[in-house]
Design a protein around this ligand. Structure first.
Ligand code: SAM
Length: 245
């Protein structure tokens, strides 16, 4: 089983990754994304939507939003939020590469470092090629991830985070395979028990991601350092790619 299909681990680490503040941030990001793409949007596809943080944000704006994810656990969280908040959205339980939409979209998103998880470059490239096919002409793909430049600049051998509920998380990130793969180990100490989760995914420089997008068919590709359109420089917090069809 690939690391990202481990529902037990998502359940254990859920509170660290997806607290209420992260939902509030995602809600603001939906507005930032609409300002970034700067064209009318009625239909949105969120690829690897997880617990639906952005699905909820777009649904609140009365957009017709579909979220696709592999994790049944995370999609259940999304479905609960949608129901509790009396919103409307379409959730699809599928691997991204098996998903076959019945429509095209004005906006496709892939957010919070959800790109590069497939073990081969060809599969990751196919995610972009599919997104290109599934966009309406004039529509946009927005990817929000962290870049190889940032990883190389900011990586710490061990990073420790303490949470209000008493949990402590240790991270031990590495850049491996000629700095093409980000490999991380999380150790969560909760109630005197340690839970370990190791994961890795491809990490791309801004130029590498731009080239992949162009290879997928996108002609207009722009890079930013955040969803609020900061420059991609050494101070950038994220690698954001805006690609128009
Ligand atoms: C870091 S989470 C981000 C979730 C969401 N985008 C957010 O901002 O909260 C990465 C997500 O990618 C999903 N994922 C990973 N590989 C996938 C695949 N092959 N098909 C569909 N979803 C996948 C995981 O299940 C997880 O929900």
């Amino acid at each position: 089983m690939p690391w990202y299909d481990d529902n037990e681990m998502w359940a254990i680490f859920y509170d660290c990754m997806f607290d209420q503040e992260s939902f509030d941030v995602a809600n603001q990001q939906c507005q930032q994304i609409l300002e970034l793409v700067d064209h009318p949007v009625k239909t949105v596809l969120d690829l690897a939507c997880g617990p639906g943080r952005h699905v909820l944000g777009f649904a609140r704006k009365h957009l017709a939003v579909t979220g696709v994810d592999l994790s049944g656990f995370l999609l259940n969280q999304a479905a609960n939020h949608i129901e509790q908040q009396k919103l409307s959205a379409n959730l699809v339980h599928s691997d991204l590469l098996n998903y076959q939409p019945q429509q095209k979209f004005d906006l496709i998103t892939n957010l919070f470092t959800s790109f590069g998880y497939y073990p081969t470059p060809t599969e990751n490239q196919r995610v972009l090629e599919n997104a290109y096919q599934w966009l309406n002409q004039g529509g946009s793909l927005v990817i929000d991830t962290f870049g190889k430049e940032q990883a190389a600049h900011a990586i710490e051998p061990v990073h420790c985070t303490e949470y209000d509920n008493g949990d402590i998380r240790f991270e031990r990130p590495l850049l491996i395979e000629n700095m093409s793969v980000y490999s991380n180990e999380w150790i969560l100490v909760r109630d005197n028990q340690a839970h370990r989760w190791a994961y890795e995914h491809f990490v791309y420089s801004a130029n590498e991601l731009s080239q992949m997008l162009q290879q997928a068919g996108f002609t207009d590709v722009r890079i930013f350092g955040s969803l609020s359109q900061d420059d991609y420089d050494l101070g950038a917090e994220r690698l954001v790619a805006l690609a128009r069809k």
